[in-house]
Design a protein around this ligand. Structure first.
Ligand SMILES: *Cc1c(COP(=O)(O)O)cnc(C)c1O
Length: 224
């Protein structure tokens, strides 16, 4: 068994009720193919071009997650196949995803990305912006998306208390949204939080989807 497969198996054995998105960004097709051959097929990418290239070259039963920032004008490239988009940060983007999903006769699962860190460089909506989006009457007509939950990224810090509090606040906000806007639905259920450095804390704080790259595939080389 390859070390990639061992790493994946360790995580899923330790946390069987959490969905693991194996973050394959920057890694070549051969690594994804090897992972697939080992039996794992839930992959996350953060760039549309790279995601589309990989989709085209790999088996078609892979479950693809777009985890990085998405520009409205690029939705059309991933709408035919993407399983879940973790990075919805505006009504305009949500509307475009719905439109392109409809053109492809599909329903795309989406997560509302919430800004939980104290860093200014990370994308996502404030809690207020997210609630404004959910209060907009227009979204009731979006029949080709399924709002499945929220996503957030904690600060890049060694201070576990800061990270834990940010995850706690996301989970709390998720519960609040569920009560206020999704009380009649069982489909708003996902909290996507936790990466290589912090997924254990995230799971303790109620994560349902973790996005793990370097702990599985090793460090990324951005200069290739
Ligand atoms: C790269 C990335 C990850 C995975 O990061 P690792 O630290 O390698 O596990 C998770 N989420 C997002 C949004 C990413 O861009």
């Amino acid at each position: 068994m390859s070390s990639i497969q061992q790493n994946i198996n360790q995580i899923i054995a330790a946390y069987p009720s959490v969905k693991l998105v194996a973050v394959t960004k920057t890694h070549p097709i051969s690594v994804l193919q090897e992972t697939y051959n080992g039996g794992y097929k839930i992959f996350g990418e953060n760039k549309v071009q790279e995601l589309t290239d990989k989709y085209e070259q790999l088996p078609k039963d892979i479950e693809w997650h777009l985890i990085g920032h998405l520009q409205t004008n690029k939705v059309k490239y991933i709408a035919p196949f993407v399983y879940m988009i973790h990075s919805i940060d505006s009504l305009k983007l949500l509307k475009e995803v719905n439109k392109r999903a409809a053109q492809n006769n599909r329903t795309i699962k989406v997560l509302l990305q919430i800004h939980i860190s104290n860093e200014t460089t990370k994308f996502g909506m404030s809690e207020q912006e997210c609630e404004d989006l959910l209060r907009n009457e227009e979204i009731k007509s979006f029949n080709n998306i399924q709002i499945a939950g929220v996503m957030g990224m904690a600060s890049f810090t060694d201070d576990e208390t800061i990270i834990r509090n940010q995850f706690k606040s996301l989970k709390k906000f998720f519960n609040q949204l569920k009560k206020e806007y999704f009380s009649s639905s069982t489909k708003f259920k996902e909290v996507s939080m936790g990466m290589s450095g912090d997924y254990k804390i995230a799971i303790e704080e109620g994560s349902t989807i973790i996005r793990v790259g370097s702990s599985i595939f090793g460090n990324r080389n951005y200069n290739q």
